[in-house]
Design a binder for this molecule. Structure first.
Ligand code: PMP
Length: 454
């Protein structure tokens, strides 16, 4: 890869070792808390993925506000991770806190609708262009419901996804394109119920012939697509890709589910709004409730009509769609406050230019050090990769990973008060992020790279 040409691996290992030592020395209380937690928690963390932080043990958070986190050792961080999108509105924005506190005092979950629900449905419909909504607690659950509905109303078994996609812990999505049009399980898939080839066809993003061939089998109930891939770097669609995707899915009687959970960064209506998409189903979660568990599934009129046309599909009780706390009063209050008062048009007018500034800063540094790397942007989100050109699909992006280099850059920043998203080199802007915060990232990146190349 392009990386090997410029990075001295021995020097990288030495610098990473130094940063790991610094990290340990600077975080005695986090270490102590982690050691205690190891006695009662799997891996010493509330969920195993929290082990993925660059320091070898996680920073234990004491509090978070706006775009700042303070840890139990008293260090403050500029947060460019924002809970991997759950805190895109910033941590605890005042209108969200006020609405949630008020709702806490008026009932968290009653199994009855509140006035906030219809407001949220109307606002989501306005932004994401499908007219009817139902609510879940997570984006994963919205996707799971969407796939059941799609299979039920089309009478088809399979789902089409992109290689190296991520849509939450959705069984059908842990699939990659194998040789000769086959579909195989993604590495590490835990205890699949059935061979993924029975439920899924995986094709590469931006590969229209493969998409068309898969749809032509007539077996595909639904294409589940991020409009731009965001979980393997940012992979943008080719010009015309979405028009073709929409035309081909219609032609072959396949429903189109657009997952806007991360691509909400593209603007107030995600990519659906920004690029004028026309999906049959839209799923979203994370940021819409500012981190209060909430997800939503939007449906075109023809989808809701087909759902209720069918005898025997139980959407009201034990048919497999739902959850006791789904649509609870607290989630809906959080969604209303977040969409109504925080992630507004004005917020995106602030955050999108900041992501541009982040990307421009990196491009200048790539030029300064002649690094054959690239940076991509999707609205308020930007991400860099260690390859000369942006990836065109998930497999390209997967191939360009360099975990050790990534770890050094993340840890160097973390030790100097700046938090990037683990799993990738992503930075997300919130309404409380400033130009100075973005410039701090550029400064630190400059410092880390100059040491590496010295
Ligand atoms: N869809 C996309 C595109 C995601 O990136 C994720 C999580 N990263 C999800 C769905 C699932 O979200 P959750 O884990 O909150 O259910």
């Amino acid at each position: 890869s392009g990386v090997a040409a410029v990075i001295d691996r021995e020097r990288l290992a030495t610098l990473l070792g130094r940063e790991l030592e610094d990290f340990r020395a600077r975080h005695p209380r986090s270490l102590e808390a982690h050691e205690r937690a190891r006695r009662s928690l799997v891996g010493g963390v509330p969920m195993p993925w929290m082990m993925r932080w660059a320091g070898g043990f996680p920073v234990v958070a004491e509090r978070a506000s706006g775009n700042r986190i303070v840890d139990v050792d008293g260090h403050e961080y500029v947060d460019l991770c924002l809970g991997d999108t759950g805190a895109m509105p910033g941590h605890g924005p005042a209108p969200l806190v006020a609405a949630v506190v008020e709702q806490l005092q008026r009932g968290i979950t009653t199994m009855l609708p509140t006035d906030d629900a219809a407001w949220a449905g109307e606002e989501l419909a306005r932004r994401f262009r499908v007219p009817r909504w139902m609510f879940t607690l997570t984006a994963t659950d919205a996707n799971r419901a969407a796939l059941r509905i799609a299979r039920q109303i089309t009478g088809r078994r399979k789902v089409l996804v992109y290689s190296y996609c991520y849509h939450g812990s959705v069984d059908e999505a842990f699939a990659v394109a194998g040789p000769d049009g086959t579909t195989v399980a993604r590495e590490g898939n835990v205890g699949p119920a059935v061979d993924v080839a029975e439920t899924t066809v995986a094709v590469e993003f931006n590969d229209l012939p493969a998409l068309e061939a898969a749809l032509a089998t007539g077996e595909i109930a639904c294409v589940m697509a991020e409009p731009a891939m965001t979980n393997m770097g940012i992979v943008l669609p080719d010009a015309g890709y979405h028009d073709a995707l929409r035309r081909l899915t219609r032609e072959h009687g396949t429903l189109l589910l657009i997952d806007e959970t991360h691509t909400f960064s593209a603007g107030p209506g995600g990519c659906t709004g920004a690029w004028d998409l026309d999906p049959d189903l839209v799923s979203i979660g994370k940021a819409i409730g500012g981190g209060i568990p909430s997800g939503a599934l939007g449906l075109a009129d023809h989808v809701t009509a087909a759902m209720f046309d069918q005898q025997g599909a139980d959407y009201e009780d034990t048919g497999g769609v739902g959850g006791t706390l789904a649509g609870n009063a607290l989630s809906l209050a959080a969604i209303r406050a977040t969409l109504g008062e925080v992630l507004t048009d004005a917020a995106f007018a602030h955050t999108i230019p900041l992501a541009e500034r982040f990307a421009d800063g990196l491009r200048d540094l790539f030029a300064k050090y002649a690094l054959p790397w690239n940076v991509t942007q999707l609205g308020a989100r930007a991400e860099y990769r260690f390859e000369p050109r942006p990836a065109r699909n998930g497999s390209d992006a997967h191939g360009a990973a360099d975990p050790e280099l990534e770890r050094y850059l993340h840890l160097h920043a973390l030790n100097r008060g700046l938090l990037l998203t683990p799993f990738h080199n992503m930075a997300l802007m919130s309404p409380s992020t400033s130009a100075a915060d973005v410039d701090r990232h550029s400064e630190l990146f400059d410092e880390a790279v100059s040491e590496l190349l010295a």
